[in-house]
Design a protein around this ligand. Structure first.
Ligand code: OAD
Length: 237
């Protein structure tokens, strides 16, 4: 009898939300093909021109609110519940700043690049749920400081979030799956090699081979909304 994995580490990237209409970054016509990340997604850009940076994230926040989860998000939420029901665990680590995994029903999502629907006060550090546009007139609900709110997302040059919990989950996994990520941004891009070093089988699900495709043991190519549900079903999930 085939032994199904009981502790699965899933890393998702922009490709999982592409069929929900949210842009990827590095594909042709992607966000970083059209906009310079150094002018929009760094602490220096925010210090030099906060209005432009806030406008960029306002636009993306509106897009997230208007989007709906797709079959890939739903399949991951179902797999999480099914694994939990048989005493296993699906650890969902996403680089995405949208909330589509949560809206599809995933109970535990680790957002290593932060969340667009939250704002952080640069004065006191308090993180607040935030769905409206963010302007320099906004005051922090916790400390009252004005003009110090920023999107609670990770910018280039900043440390990704929850790294200790992610490393611990990776060490416990018996399967590593990366879905819709280009393998271009570290530390996430390095997790497949870490998994390999730990002896954990690895699989990539993507439209096409990602930058570090040679690091994976297995691959399923196709749109995430089709390839991922099929793959999870093959795992009995
Ligand atoms: P990328 O835009 O770099 O890569 C998207 C990946 O998704 C590519 O490998 C595509 O082939 C794949 N893809 C596109 N459509 C797909 C579909 N329908 N089904 C399956 N795969 C599909 O996005 P990420 O790897 O997520 O960070 O980018 C990583 C980080 O770079 C982002 O979190 C963001 C960005 O800079 C920050 O902003 C800090």
């Amino acid at each position: 009898m085939t032994r199904h994995p009981e502790t699965i580490f899933v890393l998702t990237g922009a490709g999982v939300s592409a069929e929900s209409g949210l842009g990827t970054f590095r594909d042709r016509g992607g966000i970083w093909a059209r906009f310079d990340p150094m002018k929009l997604a760094t602490p220096e850009a925010y210090a030099a021109d906060p209005d432009t940076v806030l406008d960029f994230y306002d636009h993306r926040r509106r897009g997230v609110i208007a989007a709906e989860p797709n079959a890939a998000h739903v399949a991951l939420a179902q797999a999480e519940a099914r694994l939990a029901g048989r005493g296993g665990r699906l650890f969902l680590c996403t680089q995405n700043v949208d909330d589509l995994h949560e809206r599809a029903g995933s109970q535990a999502v680790t957002h290593m690049h932060g969340e667009l629907l939250k704002a952080r006060c640069c004065a006191c550090g308090t993180v607040t749920p935030w769905r409206a546009d963010l302007t320099r007139a906004d005051a922090c609900p916790a400390c009252g400081a004005e003009g110090r709110m920023r999107p609670d997302v990770v910018w280039f040059g900043e440390m990704p979030m929850h790294l200790d919990a992610i490393e611990a989950a990776l060490a416990e996994a018996d399967l590593f799956v990366a879905v819709g990520t280009s393998g271009a941004v570290y530390p996430a891009a390095g997790y497949v090699r870490q998994a390999r070093a730990l002896g954990i089988p690895t699989c990539e699900i993507n439209l096409e081979p990602c930058d570090n495709a040679d690091a994976f043991d297995a691959a399923r190519y196709g749109p995430a909304s089709e390839a991922l549900p099929r793959y999870l079903a093959d795992l009995g999930l």
